[in-house]
Ligand binder design. Sequence first.
Ligand SMILES: Nc1ncnc2c1ncn2[C@@H]1O[C@H](COP(=O)(O)OP(=O)(O)O)[C@@H](O)[C@H]1O
Ligand SMILES: [Mg+2]
Length: 271
Amino acid sequence: MSPPLFSNQTRRSDLKSICVYNNKGGTGKTFLSYALSQFLWKAGRRVVVIDLDPQQSCADMICRITGVDETTSARRQSNNLYEAIKRRVRIEDLTSDIAPGLSIVAGHEDLADVAAKTPIMLLPDLVSRLADRFDYAIFDNNPNFSIFVQSAMIASELILLPTLMSVDDLQKTQWSYEAARQNNPDADIRVILNQFKGDADTIHKRRLADHFAPTFNGAIAATSIPSSAVIGRYLDTGERITRAQEKRALLETLSRLVAEIIKEQIVVEEF
Ligand SMILES: Nc1ncnc2c1ncn2[C@@H]1O[C@H](COP(=O)(O)OP(=O)(O)O)[C@@H](O)[C@H]1O
Ligand SMILES: [Mg+2]
């Protein structure tokens, strides 16, 4: 029998890849990528975050919150996807270790410039080469649909589409859902409602989500992410979540979300 064409079919471990995408900006992609990476890492899983957004917010946030010196942070080095595609560096050498069991593969502000040179199997190939070193690979993306997003979708068995609940957001999420289905018909695709408010607004938003539900074929996750000033501050300033009650609430939400999407109950004490 001839060997399989693509190396993602020859995985040596059961590394799970998660692609976080939405064609709309500001829907919580970076928060979800970051929070999932921290949650899984704190539960003892080996996690690599592949930050495809030119702004590198997720990679920056991980460096900032884990206290990694900026000068040693991944983006400052020549070790990133842009350089790798330009100079044909071995992609498995791109990981920057942040802490034991936590690594980043950095993108670059000019990543789009090398799109034409990027093979669509770049990220499935990367994931396959990292499979013996990590349990989870998480892709954070920017809203522009590109070869990088397509490649990340193909590389992932789980595609998460965080969305806010406005008509515009949900329409773009619908577009993203179709793009995910077309690029990876085998992936499990989940729409995650973000910034759910616990006030009268909820009824109106729930109605809107229900209206859109049929177009997502039941892919809307039962667990939504609450709107929380604490999450906002945590994301925007890196201010730690210190109040036990708020920390517990966030951990509970993430725990429910993780159990729902990766079908594994994980316990985390700290965040
Ligand atoms: N659950 C939430 N509660 C409160 N604010 C949030 C929440 N999720 C996101 N935000 C706010 O929305 C902004 C955009 O989130 P982000 O994750 O960066 O979105 P994206 O990566 O999709 O552009 C954040 O800077 C933060 O202020
Ligand atoms: Mg982002």
